[in-house]
Write a protein that binds this ligand. Structure first.
Ligand SMILES: *Cc1c(COP(=O)(O)O)cnc(C)c1O
Length: 421
């Protein structure tokens, strides 16, 4: 199974639910997710790593933090990689065991660190030495030792979009690899900390395993150095980042390819390995379902104006990302068009000069591969509502996040007394 979104009788379905039925019930735009696909990917990733023995899987929930999605992944035995107190609360609300939660992020506040300690989460990924010192103090004050690893920046170019590269020396993440051993030596003896090992995460939508392997090799040498200095190293967190196909022609390493590379790179490490996949689990589990409002004549190609916009799916505007566009009931004819949303910015454009299914006002269409970094990045820009989310399971579906109407957002705003008359 590469995709849970296929045509039955020329109507695009998610599993066994026809997308027009969802549009009729919930309206558009709306994100639609396939439970079967989440489960398939969760299992494929685990299978890819089976030669490694017992590993820890922490789904990077920023990719798609919907509570129902987290329930599915908790059910598949996944913990969570969280990057804020809000994400920690979601993982706990979804029933994930605190011990299966990893707390990443370059700007964890003291309040967030304290909350993590009080919840007894399983691992803090330290991003700088001072954070380790503060965490140790907060833990010691509670009579605890905080389980932690030191995130290292290996200075490797992940070969992906600059805005989702995290492992180059001048990125904000991790501590410089050449200073990591000295820092480890200063942090490990602190009372309130149980420094178990190291972590890396070099970027997202990675397509070249050799970059990851190069980074892992550097980590292997660091682990050996740390052991040479007398430290007990029991855990290495290898992060996430594995890419997914956004176009039919994209060829990405499979979880099995990745697993084989990891087995080779980590041979003899003798540690517990932790993984943090996000996009790989969620990317192709979702589409953004939209209705065509107008087909507007343009100078070169017509503009297909859809009711989804950059506030609903930010990736094209943020990263020039490609999302396949397909009609829900294709006529068989094609057209060349630009695709844009209603937001008042030229950046609110999903595609230019693209060969697409011919569509007209009132038709339904989808942007594919919208399950990761989609709804979670949505905003209310242009005073648009927050896009709802639907989860399909076989022939049933449920709204798993309501559409937040502009009126609800307006109701949270106040005019101060001195401006009322
Ligand atoms: C974003 C992130 C991930 C997940 O990245 P994907 O590319 O979605 O797999 C994993 N770990 C950390 C620390 C992250 O910031």
């Amino acid at each position: 199974m590469t995709n849970s979104f296929d045509y039955q009788n020329n109507i695009l379905h998610c599993e066994d639910v026809a997308l027009p039925a969802i549009a009729a019930a919930v309206g558009t735009p709306v994100y639609v997710y396939s439970t079967a696909y989440f489960r398939h990917q969760a299992r494929a990733f685990r299978d890819g790593l089976k030669s490694l023995g017992k590993v820890h899987l922490a789904y990077a929930i920023k990719a798609n933090p919907n509570l129902a999605v987290l329930r599915v992944l908790a059910d598949e035995g996944y913990g969570a990689d969280v990057v804020s107190g809000g994400e920690m609360a979601r993982a706990l609300a979804a029933g994930m065991a605190p011990g299966d939660i990893v707390f990443s992020g370059v700007g964890k506040t003291r309040a967030e660190l304290s909350k993590g300690l009080d919840e007894r989460i399983g691992q803090f990924n330290l991003e700088l030495e001072e954070e380790g010192v503060v965490l140790a103090q907060l833990a010691a004050a509670r009579g605890m030792r905080a389980p932690a690893v030191l995130r290292v920046n290996p200075d490797v170019d992940a070969g992906t979009h600059a805005k989702i590269s995290t492992g180059k020396a001048d990125n904000k993440f991790g501590v410089p690899i050449d200073q990591a051993a000295a820092m480890f030596g200063r942090l490990a003896p602190l009372d309130g900390i149980d420094l178990k090992g190291v972590a890396i995460h070099i970027g997202s939508q990675l397509s070249d395993l050799s970059r990851l392997e190069e980074a892992f090799a550097k980590i292997g040498r660091l682990v050996a150095d740390l052991r040479g200095a007398g430290h007990r190293i029991t855990r290495v967190d290898l992060g996430g980042g594995l890419g997914v196909p956004y176009r039919e022609s994209d060829v990405l390493p499979s979880p099995a390819d990745y697993g084989a590379m990891v087995a080779r790179a980590t041979e003899g490490w003798d540690v517990e390995l932790m993984f943090e996949p996000g996009r790989l689990i969620a990317g192709n589990a979702g589409v953004l379902l939209t209705e065509i409002i107008w087909v507007k004549p343009g100078v070169n190609d017509p503009y297909v104006i859809v009711d989804a916009a950059m506030n609903d799916l930010a990736r094209p505007a943020l990263y020039d990302a490609w999302h396949d566009f397909a009609a829900v009931e294709p006529s068989g004819t094609r057209m060349r068009a630009n695709i844009a949303g209603p937001v008042c910015e030229s950046g609110d454009t999903f595609a230019m000069g693209r060969d697409i299914d011919a569509v007209k006002s009132g038709d339904l269409a989808v942007f594919r591969t919208a399950g990761a970094y989609g709804a979670t990045m949505a905003s209310t820009y242009n005073s648009r509502g927050l896009v709802p989310e639907v989860l399909v399971d076989g022939d049933r579906f449920a709204v798993v996040a309501d559409r937040i109407q502009p009126e609800t957002i307006l109701a949270a705003e106040r005019v101060p007394e001195w401006l009322t008359r």
